[in-house]
Design a protein around this ligand. Structure first.
Ligand code: NAD
Ligand code: UDP
Length: 339
């Protein structure tokens, strides 16, 4: 069984490639390397001891994509390629619509052309916007607050229309909560280009001294300690969710959304404290104003994925902190690895 992985050099993609290879799938991976490095591909090969084809191409390059589909008999696609920085999406909305929405359309056109209709797609908990009820289940109302979120919602809607037009498609929309952690080898992990946007990457980079202190965006939320609450999920649990979703997609038709989260929320302060304890270091922080667009609380009801995919998260926050730190302290400059 050969799987095309788009955006497979990135954070979630590289960890998912390890799980796919370890479970006997053959891979063709494509990535434009705009937020990742070729070294992550080398390390995935090293960790698994398995080789695969890597194509350094842009998903929007339809000719190149057609060549990949005619060179290999692709059975399914796991689609990660996309831009993901909320703030940047407000400044450059066209880049986001073009890359995330047009990119997915080009992919689906080529899949249709080659009669490949099995697809696992990265969506996001951001499609729930400001959810009124916790935990959030898949049938909660959808609503988005920024261009990035809108690209994810548009992609979900486009894929639903494609399925309505042709019931031979089989599509899983995976709504991720907050991925954290790294592979236990410490060989692969999150390595964003430029300044980190998310809390967990910020903490690890403060940990190694690349950044001075964590800014806590608000301590006046209606939560137990006033800081925002999120559902952090270990990257390996998340990667395994893709394996289960792929299995389901290969054995059925339909389109379904699944939350991939733990069902448990932690505050910003709890994450910082747990990280300090696990890594045995101190993480300086200061409280600043709220970040516009942030919600107070967000955590998943992951029961649908358990029921229908047989998947549930197994790792806890300590393991996320430990594995992230293990990766970051040995790779101070990420894949550039300047010590
Ligand atoms: P990432 O930036 O590490 O990986 C995305 C990869 O896609 C990168 O390697 C990038 O080079 C590649 N890419 C982007 N546009 C491309 C294009 N046009 N052609 C080819 N390659 C392209 O991000 P990630 O955290 O691994 O996220 C993967 C997916 O999951 C994204 O779609 C993202 O929106 C989604 N997601 C991520 C999070 C998160 O917190 N990390 C949460 C929810 C959803
Ligand atoms: N956060 C923070 N400081 C940062 C980044 C994030 O206090 O430098 C908070 C943010 O307000 C939210 C939580 O950490 O409550 C998770 O934010 P992140 O950007 O990691 O993920 P999001 O849930 O917004 O996608």
């Amino acid at each position: 069984m050969t799987i095309l992985v788009t955006g497979g050099a990135g954070y979630i993609g590289s960890h998912t490639c390890v799980e796919l290879l370890n479970n006997g799938y053959k891979l063709v991976v494509l990535d434009k390397l705009i937020n990742s490095k070729l070294e992550s591909i080398n390390r995935v090969k090293k960790i698994t001891g398995k080789d695969f084809i890597f194509e350094h191409i842009d998903l929007l390059d339809k000719k190149a994509l057609e060549r990949i589909f005619s060179d290999h008999k692709i059975d399914a696609v796991v689609h990660f390629a996309g831009l993901k920085a909320v703030g940047e999406s407000v400044i450059k909305p066209l880049d986001y619509y073009r890359n995330n929405v047009t990119g997915t359309i080009v992919l689906c056109e080529v899949m249709q052309q080659f009669d490949v209709k099995n697809l696992v797609v990265s969506s996001s908990a951001t499609v729930y916007g400001t959810a009124k009820q916790m935990p959030i289940s898949e049938d909660a109302p959808l609503g988005v607050t920024n261009p990035y979120g809108r690209t994810k919602l548009m992609v979900e809607e486009i894929l639903r229309d494609i399925y309505t037009s042709d019931n031979n498609w089989s599509i899983a929309l995976l709504r991720y909560f907050n991925p954290f952690g790294a592979h236990k080898s410490g060989q692969i992990g999150e390595d964003p280009n430029g300044m980190p946007n998310n809390l967990t990457t910020y903490i690890t980079q403060v940990g190694i001294g690349r950044l001075n202190e964590v800014r806590i965006f608000g301590n006046d939320y209606p939560t137990k300690d006033g800081t925002g609450i999120r559902d952090y999920i270990h990257i390996i649990d998340l990667a395994k969710g893709h394996l289960k979703a792929l299995n389901n997609v290969l054995n059925s038709n339909g389109i379904e959304a699944y939350n991939l989260g733990t069902g448990r929320g932690y505050s910003v302060l709890e994450v910082i404290k747990t990280f300090e304890k696990t890594a045995g270091i101190s993480i300086p922080y200061k409280v600043v104003g709220r970040r516009p667009g942030d919600v107070a609380v967000s955590y998943a009801d992951p029961s649908k994925a358990k029921r229908e995919l047989g998947w549930e998260a197994e790792k806890n926050l300590e393991e996320m902190c430990r594995d992230s730190w293990n990766w970051q302290k040995d790779n101070l400059y990420g894949y550039l690895n300047k010590k």
